[in-house]
Design a protein around this ligand. Sequence first.
Ligand SMILES: C[S@@+](CC[C@H](N)C(=O)[O-])C[C@H]1O[C@@H](n2cnc3c(N)ncnc32)[C@H](O)[C@@H]1O
Length: 275
Amino acid sequence: MSDLKCGATSLDKTLDAAYWEAHYSANTTGWDLGMVAPPIKMYIDTIADKNSRILIPGCGNSYEAEYLLNQGFTNITVIDIAPTPASILQEKFKKNAAIQIILGDFFEHQGNYDLIIEQTFFCALPPTMRQKYVWKMHQLLANKGILAGLLFNRTFESGPPFGGNQEEYEMLFKGAFDFLEMGKTQNSIAPRANSELFFELRKNSTVFVNRYQFENIKCSASSKDVTEKLLTIESVLNVSRSSNFVEILIVSTTDVPGKTVQDAIYNIKENKELN
Ligand SMILES: C[S@@+](CC[C@H](N)C(=O)[O-])C[C@H]1O[C@@H](n2cnc3c(N)ncnc32)[C@H](O)[C@@H]1O
């Protein structure tokens, strides 16, 4: 892995099911608000179609799901990789056909949703997974489906949570989604005041959103060179790269073969080596 160091952020922990389960078992769940986040509650109150197919990934104790049920929504799916919250929810809602509770990995999940609600799931993932997050959200949403919720508008010394800012998020989602809203919240809970963005994005169903993985790329070309080169490929609208250089997300109007992406990258490398 020594060649994956171009600006890479490395994590000293693996954020897998065991990591999250250990926090639930030890009751060290500082992220748990004990209530639906006010900006999300306000958003849910605007949704007219109670039969919308709604997904909540990384749901934890999912007060959002409980609020949706209380408001009469009939088609809710929640998923978490940690057994404890999944079993608590299974017990709590065991006779309720309006909610499906899944113990599993969001990235393995298959489905078709009208709305996906984001509440401290994005920030729980290693930043190197952000391209995969955008790709997976795009896959799981139906035509014109909506991804909405909260993102941190600040950084943290170490994560999780991993933060960011509006500009970064705009670059990440650009092309794959249309921005209906992204801005500072006015009604976050006190400890998160002035540090959250509420966003509502609509899936752009007219584009291809593809992930390409390059495990062995040496970083002879700068991030800017690679992005600029890939943007010259015909039909490419947006390029986003993970901080460890492994994942490249390309939004385009036609399907771009992996070989085209690879050739473009290797072409930069060869030119650099000749200079
Ligand atoms: C910071 S917690 C937030 C939980 C909940 N959304 C809340 O606000 O209370 C992140 C959650 O994401 C779950 N998680 C992390 N990676 C996941 C994955 N790949 N698939 C599904 N759930 C995941 C964790 O188990 C944890 O419950």
